[in-house]
Design a protein around this ligand. Structure first.
Ligand SMILES: [Zn+2]
Ligand SMILES: [Zn+2]
Length: 219
């Protein structure tokens, strides 16, 4: 048995030589990296785009200046542990692997005249001192890709409301977060940026959860 000394970062199985192209993941864990579908610009769900007239099925959602939603990966519940692993443990090679562009991945904000990147700050300021901070890492990656500055001043209160302390000269911004679930936190952050003067907000998330909104739409 010819196996490398390396183990899959996620499931810890020994990597085989043929896993070289999926390093630091084994081929099974690598198969969890599914590209996300295009998302409705109003409600961040893929279903509206399948509607014959591309009509939004949840048009009552507040928008706060959000003009587009996009995610890189579609996350199925059974695959979430891989993304959680990265969220809590990071790791240089896994970060590189997750951020590596999927061949079909062409971020829509590449064609947007955005002026800056904002990221959702950690709920606890302490987490930043002790752990790898994935939201900011994601923001830095987008910042490198777009050559736009990464802004640091978006703050979150214990009530999960956001504030931005000064007026922004920025009219078009990209707001990044790790996972698009209910979208509530992102909307709150967008609201704060909108109140600070940002007119157009493009949301980018690393992962979109399938059935994200199903629990919410039952009520
Ligand atoms: Zn694995
Ligand atoms: Zn929609």
């Amino acid at each position: 048995m010819l196996s490398l000394f390396f183990r899959c970062t996620h499931c810890t199985h020994h990597l085989q030589l043929q896993d070289f192209s999926t390093f630091p993941l084994c081929r099974l864990c690598f198969s969890y990296l599914l590209p996300a579908p295009p998302l409705c610009t109003s409600c961040a769900q893929p279903h509206c785009l399948l509607h014959p007239q591309k009509k939004c099925l949840r048009p009552w959602i507040k928008r706060y200046g959000i003009v587009s939603y996009q995610a890189k990966y579609l996350i199925l519940e059974s695959h979430f542990s891989l993304f959680k692993h990265w969220k809590y443990q990071g790791g240089f090679f896994l970060t590189q692997r997750l951020f590596k562009a999927h061949p079909s991945f062409n971020p829509i904000f590449q064609n947007v005249q955005a002026q800056a990147i904002f990221f959702i700050p950690p709920l606890s300021p302490l987490s930043r001192r002790f752990h790898h901070y994935p939201g900011e890492t994601l923001g830095k990656w987008i910042s490198q890709m777009t050559q736009l500055p990464l802004m640091q001043d978006l703050k979150i209160l214990p009530s999960k409301k956001f504030y931005y302390k000064r007026n922004l000269q920025i009219k078009i911004a990209i707001l990044v977060d790790l996972f698009l679930t209910t979208g509530n936190l992102i909307e709150q952050a967008a609201l704060a940026l909108h109140q600070a003067g940002v007119e157009e907000i493009h949301v980018f998330c690393l992962g979109y959860f399938q059935n994200s909104f199903s629990a919410e739409s039952q009520d």
